[in-house]
Design a protein around this ligand. Sequence first.
Ligand code: ARG
Length: 463
Amino acid sequence: MGKMWSGRFSENASSLLDQFNASLNFDKKLYEYDIKGSLAHAKMLNAQGILTDQEYQDIVKGMQQVLKEIESDEFVFDISDEDIHMAIEKRLTQLIGDAGKKLHTARSRNDQVALDFRLYVQAHNEIIRERILNLVETFIDLSKKHTETMLPGMTHLQHAQPINFGYHMMAYASMLKRDYERFESSFERNNVSPIGCAALAGTPHPIDRNMTAKELGFYAPTLNCLDTVSDRDFALEMLFNVATMMMHISRLAEELILWSSSEFGFVTLSDAYSTGSSIMPQKKNPDVPELLRGKTGRTYGNLVALLTVMKGLPLAYNKDMQEDKEGTFDSVETAEISLTILNEVIKTMTVNKERMEQACKVGHLSATDLADYLVEKCHIPFREAHFITGHAVAFAEQKGVDLSELTAEELHAIDKRVSPDVVEYLSIRHSMNARNSEGGTSTRKTEEQIEKLEEWVKEKRVG
Ligand code: ARG
């Protein structure tokens, strides 16, 4: 059997062309969406009197057979069929004859591929959102246990102010909430049906695009057919959403790598999610976070690649656009496995409370508190308070202790206006809990953040 489009050709296609031109090797992933789309299209054609009941029934039966053959690996994928759309249509026609040849009425591969690919992107948007919620829940559970576990909060990777570990985890949970919302908003915007747009201009056949849209779970048909077969911004949104989420994940991955080093020792990754060295028997490596950090790169690449493919293309469909799929599949698969494995890593790691709290005694974390004390209690102007605190820090350095370990007498000797209650102000826990402003790190404010996010997860679970 020649190519479906071979009517006007007198020579056969070269096999080199097949190799270069075909998308079948990768777009076969879309088979279930292609079949679903065809069934909805056929149902509509039947309802509109374009296909007889018999023809429609033949198509339904034939497609069931095709689906069975693909899922049991019996289906013969032949690269000369070019893509999944033609491969399925050819097999259908072999199975049921003429009715198969009528399926493509009022349809083109241009709206067909726009439909299949959009169905794929929408379905995986839902899978990714579900996995984000699972991860957010893990952060919530972990945060609840650690609203009093203190660690040094950092800027420039230098000890800055004491925070609690729950608060730190809630920062990541907040990023993932926004990631979720980005996916959700993309889903809503793009949940419209491309099918029935045909090649680029619509069709003279009396089709019903509302019916196919509804049948396929879309809110409505797209507005303009020329746009619909031309654009891939729904895939670009997916790629951007994944890239941004992976950027967030890479920052946590980096912290996990640092925290599991002997220098930090803040967490211990479980053996199940660590790897060994082939030569150094003592080693336990954080390969999973490293790969999460590394894989972020390819998701950026996929985004930039498709943006570049789409740049400057004249309307409507151009074959360049076949390059939309592999990168999108790759980003989607990377996002899905990354979310799942990160969730496991977080759930199974050990938080080394003592190491974190020990680290709070390094770096004079309560220096800002001393300056604040001098301003509030002693009515010293902030610049002067800053200067006096610098003296106190230098004194502690000389003595080889942390600022929080100086005695009331020592502090009084540095500045006579200081009373004994200063010692309490300089304790690390006091410093953390003093940051009790909205969104701050105090145990109470962290608990409020957890509560709010828990509420949000609950809403998303039912919605
Ligand atoms: N395999 C093509 C793709 O993935 C399907 C659409 C082809 N349409 C066309 N008119 N050649 O983009």
